[in-house]
Design a binder for this molecule. Structure first.
Ligand code: FAD
Ligand code: NAI
Length: 464
């Protein structure tokens, strides 16, 4: 009899299993794939960041090393080696989870988990062998899957989701991407840098679909256009067909039907919660109208003893959020205080420049009728940004008009994903813009941009 069975070994599930074991629970973590780590480690965060890094270095060598007086002659691409490096990064991560499970005495079991009742999970392995496991509690951490366009099937070669777009063996000539969301922009950037023509079709009038502050999104679009990404906004894709290796994608724009041809089509229109063949019907647990499992603030479902976290519950689909929810969920099971402050969860897009945010956007504050002050500072006025030749972008801090509490922070620019951490911690502590402005920031660092933006909340920047 286990104290806890976790179904799914993504960042939500594996972290929950480890934390539960640390707290003395007897835990099993079930994963239907041959490696642990879920979407994030196997086909998501990690392989995409490996390719983003490699492609950025390629672009740097091609276009920018000359600015430093470094002449390396003609630069060529060895995609096979680039892909092999990515695979190594992934496999070292999945091996790391095997090690962590061993160290923490989590029993990792490979096979498809099906809930039979609130205390029984059946696991069926690839050979069809089934074992029945008894448990006090069940934690569902089964994650998400890409959404498909109606009438458009992924063939994994010409019409692909993010997983297949991480595996291309050749650089596409022309990659059409549906969706200017995170996947479209990150993977669009990878293949553009490696030499493809990239056209992004987006239903909304803005890229990053309201996920990021509008001023940041507009700046990002301008910078990506400069890098050669092409955008067709307010374009609703309605279908796609492949003939003789050419994909014809149909979309509606300005009330008219139009088509675009390419050799590859990447569909990045969002992800759906994954609860297929999980056996929710056996415990009478229904999903909401969008397929998510609803939970309370302690991640309890409406069925006693059954919990859920990560992409399978409503909220942003982010690896670090799934981890956080996983840890808090099992800590609450053990009567340890804990909560997730959803206003202090950073969100990062790993393009170049990076885009990062925490808390509310200006549009959200306007809609809620909250009075706020704005502080902003550009990268080009920062010494380190000039030294590293990376001067595009800015940091913007939104602070409450009366209390000065930080309500939102938005950065577009080099290392934005690391710089946002300071503002996430400040938000968690209900910190003020003045707290940041009065804290010492090393010189010369990009972090000084954050300090100057905080000073600008009171109109007192020192270097602009
Ligand atoms: P998942 O990671 O999806 O894991 C769920 C696991 O459950 C899977 O391994 C699945 O096989 C298993 N499973 C499902 N059903 C069963 C069953 N019945 N029995 C056994 N096992 C089962 N997020 C970020 O924060 N930063 C990023 O940079 C980032 N990059 C991304 C890039 C891409 C291309 C993609 C697709 C996603 C990215 N994400 C990123 C999102 C991130 O991957 C997810 O938010 C995160 O993986 C969710 O974690 P999870 O534990 O909820 O689920
Ligand atoms: P997304 O929700 O970020 O973007 C999808 C985009 O597709 C939206 O802008 C939407 O308007 C557009 N769209 C939908 N239907 C369309 C149609 N028919 N025609 C044209 N455009 C259409 O989803 P995405 O990029 O697929 O990412 C899925 C999830 O994965 C996200 O929730 C994200 O959190 C996660 N992820 C996170 C990353 C990160 O944190 N850096 C990186 C990659 C993915």
């Amino acid at each position: 009899m286990y104290d806890l069975i976790v179904i799914g070994s993504g960042p939500g599930g594996y972290i929950a299993a480890i934390r539960a074991a640390q707290l003395g629970m007897n835990v099993a973590c079930i994963e239907r794939y041959p490696t642990f780590g879920g979407t994030c480690l196997n086909v998501g965060c990690i392989p995409s960041k490996a390719l983003l890094e490699s492609s950025e270095r390629f672009a740097e060598a091609q276009h920018h090393l000359g600015d430093h007086g470094i002449d390396i002659g003609e630069v060529s691409l060895d995609l096979e080696t680039m892909q092999a490096r990515k695979e190594k990064v992934v496999s070292s991560g999945t091996a790391g989870i095997d090690y962590l499970f061993g160290k923490n005495e989590v029993e990792g079991i490979h096979g498809w988990g099906t809930i039979v009742d609130a205390n029984t999970v059946e696991v069926t392995d690839d050979d069809g062998e089934t074992q029945s496991l008894e448990t006090e509690r069940i934690l569902i951490a089964t994650g998400s899957k890409p959404i498909a366009l109606p009438n458009v099937e992924y063939d994994k070669k010409f019409i692909v989701d993010s997983t297949a777009a991480l595996e291309f063996e050749e650089v596409p000539e022309h990659l059409v991407v549906i969706g200017a969301g995170v996947i479209g922009l990150e993977l669009g950037s990878v293949w553009k840098r490696l030499g493809a023509k990239v056209t992004v079709l987006e239903y909304l009038p803005e890229i990053l679909g309201g996920r990021m502050d509008s001023e940041v999104a507009k700046t990002a679009q301008r910078l990506f256009k400069k890098q050669g990404l092409e955008f067709v906004l307010e374009a609703e894709v309605t279908g796609a067909e492949v003939e003789d290796g050419t994909v014809t994608t149909t979309y509606k724009k300005d009330g008219e039907e139009q088509t675009i041809e390419s050799d590859r089509l990447l569909v990045g229109i969002g992800r759906r919660p994954f609860t297929d063949k999980l056996g929710l019907e056996n415990i009478g647990l229904e999903t909401n109208d969008r397929g998510f499992i609803e939970v309370d603030e302690y991640y309890r479902t409406e069925v006693d003893g059954v919990y859920a976290i990560g992409d399978v519950i409503p909220g942003p689909m982010l690896a670090h959020l799934a981890e956080h929810e996983g840890a808090v969920c099992v800590e609450r099971m053990n009567d340890i205080a804990g909560h997730v402050n959803y206003d202090a969860v950073p969100d990062v897009v790993y393009t170049h420049p990076e885009i990062a945010s925490v808390g509310k956007t200006e549009a959200e504050l306007d809609e809620a009728g909250v009075e706020y002050k704005t502080g902003k500072f550009p990268y080009k006025a920062n010494g380190r940004a000039r030294a590293i030749n990376d001067t595009d972008g800015f940091c913007k801090i939104l602070a409450h008009a009366e209390t000065d509490q930080i309500l939102g922070a938005h950065i577009i620019g080099a290392q934005a994903g690391d710089m946002i951490a300071e503002l996430a911690v400040a938000s968690e502590f209900h910190g003020s813009a003045e707290d940041i402005a009065r804290s010492s920031h090393a010189h010369p660092t990009l972090a000084e941009i954050v300090k100057e933006a905080a000073l600008d909340v009171e109109d007192r920047t020192l270097n602009l």
